[in-house]
Design a protein around this ligand. Structure first.
Ligand SMILES: Cc1cc2nc3c(=O)[nH]c(=O)nc-3n(C[C@H](O)[C@H](O)[C@H](O)COP(=O)(O)OP(=O)(O)OC[C@H]3O[C@@H](n4cnc5c(N)ncnc54)[C@H](O)[C@@H]3O)c2cc1C
Length: 373
């Protein structure tokens, strides 16, 4: 099978590259083993404040609703963090004190939403909190067993019963100006959080739960759908197991499921993520990129890899594949002519491209521009 470009990894970076290349009239395939960082997404696109029009267009066409306002967002444990471009689900505030009296809603039997920690955090900011648990027939046995009370299972039910939740909250609401709900709404339909906000006569804030992230999974599904609508081929659940490189040019890649039907292309993009997605691998002796064995940018002295103070910046997060200004890597010092590297596998080797989602998006757009020029 032959494409203009084959992309290894279908997380945020791979999908943004795939969508923009398809929009530019190129034929592409994405191979992705499955779970990626979007499944753990906070809803906040780090290191992007006001996004370029090109990014807003991609989100808009995919049905992804975003906004940005300088300030902070509420974290799942009741603390606050500076905000960046965010999904509409995430409320952004000028200061941490965003209300006076707050009603926090949880579901009976759901342990992945930290209502008590939230209340503690908000009380430190001078807000008065009341926690109430909803008992919904749809969330109790035999509908959902105790082990199935997870964000995505609940979200699947909420797609049908969110209006009932609105009614119950309206009954519970006394003199509170703000209602906090777990982020388990709008798995299939991104407009649901807005419709919930319209249905409750108070400010509504959605707070994060333990992973998986419902807004993150929805974003991944929206991007994948948009990519496929544009004609892209998304090989989900497959893994690239090897590559044939001849005279510094990648000829094709081999996948587990396609076996000897190699994927050939003029260009290849490596978007296989960082340690978390196994795009980078570490053992006691070295840190390496397992697929092409690309040159790495890291300190060989293992004692410098991590900071013993857990909460501090960890040096290993900065390590990544070494690339030139055009995000092209090398093997044993020799540049690979038709391979590009994007997203979190770059670590902190290109600070000018930002970090987190900002790095994934900016590097994907940069490589698209290079391939299509
Ligand atoms: C747990 C976690 C939470 C995060 N939360 C945020 C956040 O809230 N906001 C933010 O801005 N940033 C966040 N980040 C940073 C995140 O890395 C970026 O935002 C971005 O989503 C990374 O995208 P990516 O496409 O580079 O990598 P990934 O999302 O890791 O995707 C890489 C994909 O490649 C696949 N893959 C790997 N090897 C192969 C192979 N050989 N063949 C086929 N497929 C392969 C993996 O399975 C995976 O699906 C988070 C990171 C992590 C680890």
């Amino acid at each position: 099978m032959r494409f203009d470009t084959v992309i290894v990894g279908g997380g945020l970076a791979g999908l943004i590259a795939g969508i923009s290349l398809q929009k530019a009239g190129k034929s592409t395939a994405i191979v992705s083993t499955g779970q990626n960082a979007l499944h753990f997404f906070s809803g906040c696109f780090e290191s992007i404040q006001e996004a370029p029009q090109q990014v807003l267009d991609i989100f808009n066409e995919a049905g992804i609703r975003v906004h940005y306002k300088p300030g902070v967002r509420l974290m799942p444990m009741g603390t606050f963090k500076e905000s960046a471009l965010s999904l509409d689900d995430v409320s952004l505030f000028p200061t941490p004190q965003f209300g006076k009296r707050v009603l926090i809603i949880n579901f009976m039997g759901y342990h992945d939403f930290f209502s008590s920690f939230l209340a503690e955090g908000l009380e430190k900011q001078g807000m008065e909190c009341r926690i109430r648990f909803l008992t919904l027939g749809e969330l109790t046995q035999p509908e959902l067993g105790p082990n199935e009370m997870r964000a995505v299972q609940i979200a699947r039910k909420m797609d049908d019963v969110w209006e009932k939740v609105v009614q119950e909250v309206r009954v519970l609401l006394k003199d509170e100006d703000t209602v906090i709900l777990p982020q388990v709404f709008g798995l299939k339909d991104a407009s649901v959080p807005t419709r919930i906000r319209q249905g409750i006569p108070a400010q509504v804030v959605f707070a994060g739960t333990l992973p998986p992230s419902v807004p993150g999974i929805r974003t991944q599904m929206q991007l994948k759908k948009r990519y496929e609508v544009l004609g892209g081929t998304y090989l989900m659940g497959d893994r690239v197991t090897g590559a044939h490189v001849y005279q510094d040019v990648v000829q094709n890649v081999v996948t587990k499921q396609l076996d000897r039907h190699y994927l050939e292309a003029d260009h290849f993009i490596l978007a296989s993520g960082s340690f978390f997605s196994k795009g980078l691998v570490s053992n006691p002796f070295k840190i390496y990129e397992p697929l092409f064995e690309l040159d790495m940018d890291y300190n060989q002295d293992r004692n410098t890899w991590y900071n013993p103070t857990f909460a501090n910046h960890q040096p290993y997060m900065g390590f990544g594949v070494k690339t030139d200004a055009n995000l092209q890597p090398s093997r044993k010092g020799v540049p690979v002519k038709n391979l590009y590297v994007i997203g979190s596998i770059l670590g902190e080797t290109h600070p000018e491209l930002g970090s987190g989602a900002g790095l994934a998006i900016r590097s994907a757009l940069k490589v698209t521009e290079l391939i299509t020029k």
